[in-house]
Design a protein around this ligand. Structure first.
Ligand SMILES: Nc1nc2c(ncn2[C@@H]2O[C@H](COP(=O)(O)OP(=O)(O)OP(=O)(O)O)[C@@H](O)[C@H]2O)c(=O)[nH]1
Ligand SMILES: [Mg+2]
Length: 428
């Protein structure tokens, strides 16, 4: 069954692209190509006229064909680049359906690519992270995975664990006196080394999430502290209302901006004080909710409490006031003093010295699997240290492999056998 969908955003544009994938894709397209002829070779664009059932021309389009298996989905795939009018797009899709195609589900083209072995799960997920990343840095890490960076490093870890399983299973099958002398120690060393690799993958995940999805920062503190003034200074626009009266901000005011490629979702909130009007009381409730779910809270003119990693203590109005308290930074939002230093501090607090160059995990699903895989390795290492039964160790190592399989492709019994026999000599 061929599937069809418009791959470009809805609305008017210079060009829209309708994609059709499946064995019958070329045949379907031929039913509404009038003037001009379709070339049959791979990757050869043809300029053609599109016609309706009564053979009336309704658009001129460029049709590009990708022949199986050399296409994104692995099937015959046709891209129709038509004029970007929603009426034309909908007409093309209707004609495809009348000729036997089905509307594609979200992500179905990539699902086909995965099912046809064009990419593994981590590569398929990277397509989604490339499309949804909120910064160029996030896009770059997605592209790296699309090219197989994550799969490559997971395969390397799996290989090492598979070889441990193969060795242990071999030793389980032979008598005690034939046991390889250092089997427990060498397995333990290998397991420990892979725990380090897995942990470094998860550590960099949270920071990379900030690059993918953005980090939320809440400006909080007493009324009149200058939260809205700082909000405007950070985004460089007079967006939030500033007055000399207390209780100006009520609703949460939100704006996105970047600090060195890091997408920030900045939120200005109502100043917290004993509630006045009903509207202000509700605003204060909202402020508290935002504070509890923020990635970072910029706390204004409040004596710094015990260091909380989520809080950054800011002393504002340093142009007219001084303090001896130990704030993270002194600023003047009104006079733009120390604002770029504050941005540096925010960046450091959120992502430290982290470099996106090292990040490979791009989804929570992947991070959960890596975490579970390293938990199983930790259990295996405890069993090995305690001299417990090797069968139990093998079980945990197999569970670790199963978790890693969720990121790339399944490990089969053959992979394990191959690992056993690859160490044999030729002729043996
Ligand atoms: N001198 C001085 N005045 C400031 C500074 N920042 C803000 N102000 C003034 O303080 C007053 C209150 O500023 P806002 O930004 O509205 O304060 P807020 O914390 O958002 O107040 P609420 O919305 O009521 O909670 C305004 O008159 C600002 O001009 C500063 O750095 N220096
Ligand atoms: Mg305000």
């Amino acid at each position: 069954m061929a599937i069809v969908a418009c791959s470009t955003p809805p609305g008017r544009s210079g060009i829209a692209v309708v994609r059709l994938s499946g064995k019958s894709a070329l045949g379907i397209v031929k039913t509404f190509v009038g003037g001009g002829s379709l070339k049959k070779t791979h990757l050869s664009p043809s300029l053609v006229e599109l016609v309706d059932k009564k053979r009336r021309v309704f658009d001129q389009a460029v049709i590009t064909q990708y022949l199986s298996p050399n296409s994104y989905t692995g099937e015959d795939l046709v891209e129709i680049s038509c004029h970007g009018n929603p009426i034309i797009v909908s007409k093309i899709i209707d004609l495809c359906i009348e000729a036997g195609a089905e509307i594609a589900e979200p992500g179905e083209f990539t699902k086909k690519a995965f099912l046809n072995g064009k990419m593994d799960l981590s590569e398929a997920e990277s397509v989604s992270s490339i499309i949804h990343a909120k910064s160029l840095a996030g896009v770059r890490s997605g592209i790296k995975n699309l090219k197989g960076a994550l799969s490559g490093s997971v395969i390397k870890i799996k290989k090492s664990i598979i070889s441990c399983v193969a060795n242990l299973e071999f030793n389980l099958d032979i008598s005690e006196e034939d046991l390889q002398p250092n089997i427990i120690n060498t397995t333990l060393e290998e397991v420990k080394a892979q725990i380090v690799v897995l942990e470094s993958l998860t550590e960099s995940f949270k920071e990379s999430q900030f690059f993918q999805e953005g980090a939320s920062i809440v400006l909080a503190g007493p009324p009149n502290a200058g939260k809205s003034t700082l909000f405007n200074a950070l985004i460089n626009k007079k967006h939030s209302i500033v007055t000399k009266e207390e209780g100006t901000t009520r609703d949460v005011v939100e704006k996105n901006f970047l600090i060195k490629q890091l997408p920030i979702i900045l939120k200005d909130t109502a100043g917290i004080r004993g509630g006045q009007s009903e509207a202000e009381k509700q605003g204060i409730l909202k402020s508290k909710e935002e504070i509890s779910s923020a990635d970072l809270v910029i706390m204004f003119n409040q004596k710094p409490q015990k260091p909380l990693s989520k809080h950054l203590y800011v002393f504002n109005k340093s142009d007219i006031n001084t303090t001896t308290d130990n704030y993270d930074i002194h600023i003047s939002a009104k006079e733009n003093k120390n604002i770029s230093k504050l941005k540096d501090l925010i960046y450091k607090r959120l992502v430290g010295d982290f470099s996106l160059g090292e990040v490979l995990l791009t989804s929570k699903r992947q991070s959960r699997s890596v975490l579970a895989a390293s938990e199983h390795l930790k259990m295996a290492s405890v069993l090995l240290k305690n001299g417990d039964s090797l069968e139990l160790v093998v079980e945990d190592l197999n569970c670790c492999i199963m978790e890693l399989d969720k990121i790339t492709n399944k490990t089969s019994r053959d992979d394990i056998l191959e690992s056993v026999f690859s160490s044999f000599c030729v002729g043996k």
